[in-house]
Design a protein around this ligand. Structure first.
Ligand SMILES: NC(=O)c1ccc[n+]([C@@H]2O[C@H](COP(=O)([O-])OP(=O)(O)OC[C@H]3O[C@@H](n4cnc5c(N)ncnc54)[C@H](OP(=O)(O)O)[C@@H]3O)[C@@H](O)[C@H]2O)c1
Length: 369
């Protein structure tokens, strides 16, 4: 039976993809319902936070043939009353005989109690099918639940010689339109965008979503700005300034703070990181309960360095253009003081390498710091 469960779990994983842009901070989940004699009679995906879970959609489709059947689902079904009723109750009411899952739900409100409730009621539970693929799909969710801190991905558009901008600071555009589009798609997946103040000063970015894939209009936009150098007239503050959070160090100029707050931004003071800049642990600790289970960092090199050095970034999504800008002064993809030897460096593992028009896309996960 194992091969069949694997094939069906892969189908459920594909279904889960439908929720990529809408479920945060919930996980993406897909489900396939089989009748007693093994025919697929229902499929479902969790599409948006607050909406029905995947199991419920599958049950709605195949309700008449669910009794004695099997539910294949990418994550342990929930037992708690959240924004929607518990799925275990619906599974039992439908008379399902077997539930096949990927991993257990790490959410402390579930974490094994869904499996236990099903087994207690006499339902056979098969665990751990395509477990790693299911975890990978929801790596942001697993990280956020396990650590209480947002999942952090660094997005960099760089040249073959590792520059984010040319000498003098100009960076538009290094990569192709297709790469920029993929970068915009990432913005639809993450709860917050983060940049350093030098990027605001150099590029005056809007940091908005362009593709309308995510039904939630709110995207937290975060600036790390030690002494509040963000200009009050920055384009960033023109639209939805209530979604802009500027982190500065304690004791920043009160008049600058007043001006930025006057434009509608939230200014949050954090401690010193020991190098005269914002303490990033405090920044992430503030963001987690303010709607950011995941953060996409869009530069520049100084912020990338700080997050990698502190062990606070989980992955890197790099677009590499076949372009060389050279220049000792040009912004590197990762700046800072640098490590003194390869042994001290941050070790990553490539999880995806592909071509995108003339560029390369490299996705890597941080293995150890
Ligand atoms: N190609 C791309 O994908 C891309 C993306 C973004 C930016 N860029 C380019 O990159 C350049 C800017 O990058 P950059 O490396 O110079 O600067 P940056 O990373 O954008 O900003 C760094 C500044 O952020 C502030 N900051 C506060 N807390 C910090 C912390 N814990 N760690 C690091 N910084 C902290 C500091 O300001 P204080 O100095 O006031 O302390 C620091 O100097 C621009 O030319 C821009 O065009 C390119």
């Amino acid at each position: 039976m194992t091969d069949r469960w694997v094939a069906l779990m892969r189908q459920a994983l594909e279904l889960a993809e439908r929720g990529r842009y809408g479920t945060s901070p919930n996980p993406m989940v897909g489900a396939v319902l089989l009748s007693r004699n093994g025919d697929v009679v229902g499929t479902g995906a969790h599409l948006r936070c607050g909406g029905p879970h995947a199991e419920i959609f599958a049950l709605q489709e195949g309700a008449a043939q669910a009794a004695g059947g099997t539910m294949v689902v990418t994550l342990e079904p929930c037992v708690h009353q959240g924004r929607t009723p518990p799925c275990v109750g619906a599974i039992l009411a439908a008379g399902i005989a077997r539930v096949v899952i990927g991993p257990r739900d790490p959410n402390p409100l579930v974490n094994g109690s869904g499996v236990e409730a099903l087994r207690t009621a006499g339902v056979e539970v098969v665990e751990g099918v395509e477990e790693e693929a299911c975890r990978q799909l929801n790596r942001r969710f697993f990280h956020w639940i396990a650590t209480g801190s947002p999942y952090v991905r660094l997005k960099m558009a760089m040249t073959l010689d590792g520059k984010l901008a040319a000498r003098g600071g100009r960076s538009r555009w290094i990569t192709s339109e297709a790469s920029r589009r993929e970068g915009y798609a990432l913005r639809e997946e993450y709860d917050a965008l983060m940049v350093g103040v030098n990027t605001v000063l150099a590029d005056d970015p809007r940091l908005v979503r362009h593709l309308a894939l995510n039904p939630d209009p709110h995207l937290l936009r975060v600036v790390l700005d030690t002494s509040l150098r963000t200009p009050p007239e920055a384009v960033l503050l023109e639209r939805d300034p209530q979604d802009v959070v500027i982190f500065c160090r304690e004791g920043s100029p009160a008049d600058r703070r007043k001006e930025l707050e006057g434009r509608g931004a939230t200014v949050v003071e954090v401690g010193d990181d020991g190098r005269g800049q914002c303490d990033l642990r405090q920044v992430l600790r503030w963001l987690a309960p303010h709607g950011a289970s995941s953060v996409l960092v869009e530069g520049g090199g100084e912020v990338h360095w700080s997050l990698l050095r502190e062990g606070l970034a989980q992955s890197v999504h790099a677009f590499v253009a076949p372009l060389v800008l050279g220049g000792r002064e040009a912004t590197p993809a990762v700046g800072g003081a640098g490590f003194a030897s390869p042994q001290e460096g941050v070790r990553l593992r490539f999880v995806e390498v592909r071509r995108l028009e003339e560029d390369l896309v490299l996705i890597a996960e941080v293995e150890r710091v």
